[in-house]
Ligand binder design. Structure first.
Ligand code: NAI
Ligand code: MG
Length: 357
């Protein structure tokens, strides 16, 4: 039998990224051994520290180097002294755009022991995904400023929706819903106020829905949808939105599901024409970096999403179930979840449990 091998580019980045990434790898390694595949890791030290030495977040041929891998596993990027736009636009954005990672995916799932800010809600009530379009929409570079400094000064920036762009992210959302028990997709819109692009979004959504008769659909304007996330998180299964609406929902969703330390995310090119990138939602947390108290679960869960994307679903499920079980049984937890354990304690406990059949 031929063992499958996946090439993983590892970029720990800055701050707690350097502490959580090794724990992510520890658990991935345990899963690989138990489920019988190999991970070939290549480490890259690209970070704000590298920037201070070289003036670049990554080398000029950085994307070509990463292209050799099946996936990118990232910690967090950003550090005081280097402006956030430099670190973001020097590393993360080029990877997301250059590799056409048009789906930004965030699970919003209340784990046992995590505290939701919502009263009287438990793990059964909050379990959905936000699927954000990641390449076009409101975040376009079409527009400009004219007559600067005069009475006639004006600015404009156009939203660009393409048929290809809408269809491919919606298709992803429907395919994802098909893998889930509830099989439901909710569309975020604003076609009452934004009268060309959003009706078009609705039209493409209705068209895509025809291909999936087994999937239930609904749609809400973005303003009331935000309210429903807070008041009725149990209504949602898969929620798809344009770049701007998805951006808002993909911060609100994990926020209703509790600690920033457990939130995971993926930037996906579903066709696998390019590597996809998996990273926790949190940043480099300079306030706790170096203390080894960061919660590694967001990183570890991102690793599970990576395995699912690579086709190792059983291994991915085993990791997520182990996280849920360990938290439910009162296993070790970091301070942000009310415990006393360190980053490495949690990583080791999870790796050991994942490794056991
Ligand atoms: P942050 O997520 O780094 O920290 C926000 C708060 O959450 C802090 O109090 C931090 O201690 C806490 N926190 C974050 N992750 C945690 C974990 N795993 N366990 C326990 N507590 C945790 O966001 P902030 O402070 O706004 O940004 C810090 C730096 O990170 C900035 O340079 C920013 O640009 C960068 N950043 C990078 C991201 C990325 O790489 N994708 C995402 C967000 C921010
Ligand atoms: Mg955001």
């Amino acid at each position: 039998s031929t063992r499958k091998k996946y090439r993983i580019a590892v970029i720990p980045g800055d701050g707690i990224g350097k502490e959580t990434t090794p724990e992510g790898l520890r658990v991935l390694d345990a899963a690989a051994r138990r489920f019988g595949f190999d991970l070939e890791l290549t480490h890259y030290d690209w970070s704000c520290e590298t920037y201070a030495q070289t003036g670049k977040m990554m080398p000029d041929d950085g994307l070509e180097q990463l292209r050799q891998s099946d996936s990118v596993f990232l910690g967090a990027v950003g550090w005081p002294g280097v402006p956030d736009h430099v670190s973001l636009w020097g590393l993360l954005i080029p990877i997301r755009r250059g590799f056409d990672q048009y789906v930004n995916l965030r699970p919003c799932k209340l784990l046992p022991g995590a505290t939701t800010p919502l009263a009287n809600r438990g793990p059964k009530d909050i379990d959905f995904y936000v699927v954000r379009e990641n390449t076009e929409g409101e975040y376009s570079s079409v527009g400009g400023r004219m007559f600067p400094g005069t009475d006639r000064e004006f600015v404009s920036q156009q939203s660009i929706l393409t048929r290809i762009g809408c269809d491919r992210v919606m298709k992803y959302a429907f395919e994802l819903a098909m893998t889930r028990p509830r099989k439901k997709v909710t569309s975020a819109t604003k076609s009452n106020g934004i009268t060309f692009t959003m009706p078009y979004w609705d039209e493409r959504f209705a068209e895509m829905a025809k291909n999936y008769p087994g999937v239930t659909t609904d749609q809400f304007h973005i303003d009331i949808l935000c309210a429903h996330f807070v008041q009725h998180p149990d209504w949602f299964d898969v929620v798809v939105g344009s770049n701007l609406f998805g951006d808002i929902l993909s911060d609100l969703g994990p926020a209703v599901a509790g600690s920033i330390g457990i939130a995971a995310s993926a930037n996906i090119n579903p066709e696998k024409a390019f590597p996809s990138m998996f990273e926790p939602v949190h940043g480099s947390a300079p306030d706790i970096a170096g203390k080894w108290i960061a919660n590694p679960i967001g990183q570890i869960w991102s690793g599970a999403m990576m395995l699912e994307h690579l086709g190792e679903k059983a291994a991915a499920d085993a990791i997520v179930q182990t996280i849920e079980r360990m938290l439910g049984e009162g296993g070790p937890r970091t301070r942000d979840m009310g415990g006393q354990a360190g980053t490495v304690d949690v990583g080791k406990a999870l790796a050991e449990a994942v490794g056991k059949a």
